[in-house]
Design a protein around this ligand. Structure first.
Ligand SMILES: [Zn+2]
Length: 300
């Protein structure tokens, strides 16, 4: 086991370190990014940085002041923010069971005792889960509609949450560790075929204008990797400049859009000639497997 899963061991060591570090230095004092708001008419998304590079999100229906929180690994910050925003949280939307996403669920439920928080997730490994959802299942957060998209590969139970509002023609999607800006999650529990289905069959079919809010601030490294694969991709070059400016000011690089990802994300461009040429194969699944393997050992 020790010799067959080096990435898992690395992940456990990182998780243990973060847990120790987090308790010694609460995340709100060592933010990797600033907290920002995005407004889509009645829908508001508050970006809440956590740990060393995670994002939690408060999804607010401004019509009713009902809110959901995505991957609340730092419950104290979530509770404080909900209080400041004057909203009531009814639902935890968990993208997957890894500690840096689901690790705050039980504590948040305990701290909000009596509020009957529903803990949504894709499998029973999600801490505190009270509602296991299936692909296509719909939920309501006030007047907002949330569609659960099963996107297995990083974990077998991974769920993305696609949110629409009657007052806005700008949908959003929370993609956890399936789709990052210009990248994707490691294939811990799945295959290249599964990731291809999740990214290029399911998420790619969302409207191009859909805003993408992902689970980690990995954008700069991902773009450098994308540039190695497609050195002449002008959209990657332009995005690198935008991201450099944002990071200089400690601002989050989320959101991107599905349409933008199709231009800059090599994992959503496995059928594009330049990416196929880089991998020296013309089967999209083989391209996906090849570039993920390259990314696993890529360092800046
Ligand atoms: Zn993960």
């Amino acid at each position: 086991m020790l010799f067959t899963c080096p990435m898992k061991i690395k992940s456990i060591i990182k998780t243990s370190f973060l847990r120790l570090f987090w308790f010694q230095y609460p995340a709100r004092y060592i933010m990797h990014s600033s907290s920002v708001n995005h407004y889509y008419n009645a829908m508001k998304v508050k970006v809440l940085p956590a740990l060393s590079d995670n994002y939690m999100y408060l999804l607010i229906d401004q019509k009713t002041n009902e809110a959901a929180v995505v991957d609340p690994v730092d419950p104290a910050t979530v509770i404080q923010t909900a209080y400041e925003e004057n909203v009531f949280i009814t639902t935890i939307l968990t993208t997957h069971h890894h500690w840096d996403h689901a690790g705050g669920n039980v504590e948040l439920v305990a701290k909000m005792k009596g509020k009957n928080l529903v803990v949504v997730g894709g499998d029973e490994r999600v801490q505190g889960v009270s509602k296991i959802v299936k692909d296509g299942e719909e939920l309501k957060i006030g007047s907002l509609s949330v569609k659960c998209l099963h996107t297995p590969c990083h974990t077998t139970g991974h769920i993305c949450y696609f949110v629409t509002s009657q007052t806005s023609n700008c949908p959003i999607v929370f993609t956890g560790d399936t789709l990052f800006i210009a990248g994707c999650g490691r294939f811990f529990e799945g295959t290249a075929e599964m990731m291809n289905n999740s990214l290029n069959e399911k998420l790619a079919r969302l409207p191009d204008e859909t805003k993408v809010f992902c689970g980690h601030e990995y954008t700069n490294t991902n773009l450098k990797f994308a540039q190695m694969i497609e050195p002449n991709n002008i959209d990657v070059i332009n995005k690198l400049q935008i991201v450099a400016n944002l990071r200089q000011n400690n601002e989050p690089t989320v959101p991107s859009t599905i349409g933008e990802e199709k231009k800059i994300n090599p994992f959503m461009r496995v059928n594009v000639k330049t990416v196929m040429d880089y991998a020296k194969v013309n089967d999209v699944i083989q391209v996906m497997a090849y570039i993920r393997k390259k990314k696993d050992s890529f360092k800046l």
